[in-house]
Design a binder for this molecule. Sequence first.
Ligand code: MOS
Length: 753
Amino acid sequence: MPEITSIQSQARQQSEASIGQPITRTDGVLKVTGAATYAADNHPAGMLHAAMAVSSIAAGRVTGLDIEAAKAHPGVVDVMTPDHRPKLFKDPDERDDPFMFRLDLLQNDRVRYPGQPIAVVIAETLEAATEGAALLKPEYETETPLVGLDAGEAFVPDGVGPGEPAESGVGDIEAGLAQATRRIDATYDTSAQYHHPMEPHAIVASWDGDTLTLDTPSQAMTIARSRVAGLFGIDADHVHIRSPFLGGAFGCKGMILSPQALGIMAARLVGAPVKLVVRREQMFGPVGHRAPTRQRLELGMDDAGHLTGLSHHVRTSSSVFDDFFEPAASVSHTLYASPAIATTYEGVRVNTGTPLFMRAPGEATGSPALESAIDEAAEACGMDPLAFRLANYAEVEPISGKHFSSKRLRDCYAQAAERFGWAGRNPQPRSMRDDDGLQVGWGVGTATFPVVMFQGHARALIRADGSGLIETGAQDMGQGAWTALAQIGADSLGLALGHTTFRAGASDLPDAGVAGGSGHTATAGNAIHNAGRDALDKLAELASADPASLLHGADRSELVARNGRLHWRGHEARSESYRDILNRAGLSEIEGSGTGSPDQAAQEQFAMHAHGAVFAEVKIDPDLGQIRVTRLVGAFAAGRVINPRMVESQLFGGMVWGVSFALHEHASVDRRTGRVTNADLAGYHVPVNADVPSIEAISVHEDDTHINALGVKGVGEIGITGTGGAIANAIWHATGIRVRRFPIGIEDLLGRA
Ligand code: MOS
């Protein structure tokens, strides 16, 4: 298991806190030198390779597989099918919590979606396994698949997202809309999208009796561990997951999905360690996606430009066998003050893999629709889009009626607008051109994301040599979590970063909760903060009780930890090193433990969100309709900044995904077959460097004393919100065309200008 000791001991860190320093990634050298081992880099002795065969139809039955042909291929060891697989101890179609999803583990011959695993070939080499899988040549009995948002009868889902109500609201929406003097009624479509981290799902599974060791990327090792234990009928303590590095995740590695479970089954079947890596095109099926949405926004305004009603209705799809409904309307609960708000949903079932949490689930889809509608409302009222947003600023959260724990959105608007130069905008659409004759458009979108915290734990050690150790099973998806958490750890122990070892990324360490919901730093960080404080409390107690100590008799509240010493406040001459205190007590180390979890009382009292404002400039070729985003300026208030460099790059990342949502990402689903027709990264576009403009992300200072002890909110996902809408609104400003579907393409502009 990697241990990361920061090699950066810049002088300033000897005397100042680590928190707030823009240090580079502590695991950066490991990554750029190839020394960081990702799951699939682990090759235990005797390891075999597994390849999945997946369904090419969307609905029906598998009636034949040429198992003999696959087995005859040199190097093929075995072929796992519904008739030949290890026993499972839990029905993969059972589910008992919102973070558990139904799996396809060869339980029968049914096909429920395209790309569903239907067999696994195990071989001595990857090539043999892959060829063996190709030789299976499945035969099917095909049924007509359910495809698209109009596939079948709509119903009101039992819940949306991780169990939110499908209907919420405040006030009388009919009356609110009826009393309006101006109205917007617009419908926005968003596409199916697939997560596509650079590292696909991968697993190396090794059984030793009833003990299972897994190398697999995981955003939530404890959840994964109990899921695996349940499926295989073993004790959760017998499942050891190592996940030190992830090549991205975006939500799809939040839980064990079918391919990982199949890798474990394959290892059980052949009695040897097995590696299974999902191929890129196989990522379009069994590992989740963002469902398409169709969102109807009805807004009513009075003559003064105040909202009188806001209705946000979402139609979205889930699979034919499981429930996950993209919670696209939740953004309307919190952002704009309206006396009447209604958010409602309808679901349809289609032959697709089950959708999942993906990059700001709900907000990512809802924000571009709401922010577009808000812009249309501003236009209907003859108001500047920013002025309209300020006129409808919610001082308390509209649906819950709660005050915000803190809200610096006005500062976000002001700082980003100033930096962008919004005051120079000509309000007329189609009024701005650059020197090359390109149409120029400026747009704004409001960003918001809830403050999510899970429960996490950490352990902290102060050792007799004066060094520290922090342990927590935290997951680093690439965002820099190890770095930020190590900074918190060093400060929690009153040590320089270079004197603190940080150990994470394994399920045998204290559970750090979920690296998701933008809540990992808040969760694991507060656990670490409390663990360090607990260790220091014990150390202070030792010193205070020791008549030989200079700190004898000191009250804990008077002792300050700094640079490996405890100082008695008000008695400048009185301080002692950790080393001396421990050595005198004859101890080799002292241990503390801590938990990070949401403060229920504060949560009941306050609405907790991060906020932001994003301004976008686009340039559009008036003849070709080609759209380029040329400038993005965002300002975000997300609580305390642990590491400004990591925070900025997280915000950049989110804003790039916003560009992606607005202009690129689109899984094209064949209406007849239900298959994704662009199932590779050549056809499924994400922004590349040439698509990414100049981006600025301003962190707006915010002290939120209610959310948690560290004051950390979260920056993982908020950048994607606001950005998509800002770009759509800039496109309108450039062209005068309101495009109401995402991603926006040339075809939406050509011939309409
Ligand atoms: Mo994320 S969709 O919270 O991993």
